[in-house]
Write a protein that binds this ligand. Structure first.
Ligand SMILES: [Fe+2]
Ligand SMILES: [Fe+2]
Length: 134
């Protein structure tokens, strides 16, 4: 299970909130898998995860564009790659009926943690400053 901690904060309230929601969705998925919940419910959680990931990435990217964040291109590329992985994950689950095992959940937890702690933290001071000057 992934737990929110201050270490994950990027210092921007709305983005922290969105990250918390993503963490909750992944934990919900882990719980559903653990408890052998119905395929329908797992499908719904995956759908929500894909949608919300997309919404969250779009929000960050909108800020990058608005303030001409210097690492916009790299960050957008990593968003595209991550979103593709989550969509592939969902498609695989739907079409091949693969089990969602611990390694797949670990992958989701890892990407979220690595992305927030790596790429997202990098924009933190830049965006805090830009938003403060608005
Ligand atoms: Fe993010
Ligand atoms: Fe990001």
């Amino acid at each position: 299970m992934l737990e929110w901690s201050d270490e994950l904060s990027v210092g921007i309230k709305l983005i922290d909130k969105q990250h918390m929601i993503l963490i909750r969705a992944i934990n919900l998925l882990a719980m559903a898998v653990q408890r052998n919940t119905s395929k329908d419910l797992i499908g719904q959680i995956l759908e929500t995860l894909v949608d919300y990931t997309d919404t969250h990435f779009a929000y960050e990217e909108e800020l990058f564009d608005r303030f001409h964040y210097p690492e916009t291109e790299e960050h957008k590329a990593s968003h595209r790659a991550l979103l593709k992985k989550v969509i592939d994950f969902k498609t695989k689950w739907e079409t091949e009926h693969t089990e969602i095992g611990p390694e797949l959940l670990k992958f989701l937890v890892d990407w979220l943690r690595t992305h927030i702690l790596g790429s997202d933290k990098k924009y933190s001071s830049f965006l805090i400053k830009a938003l403060g000057n608005e």
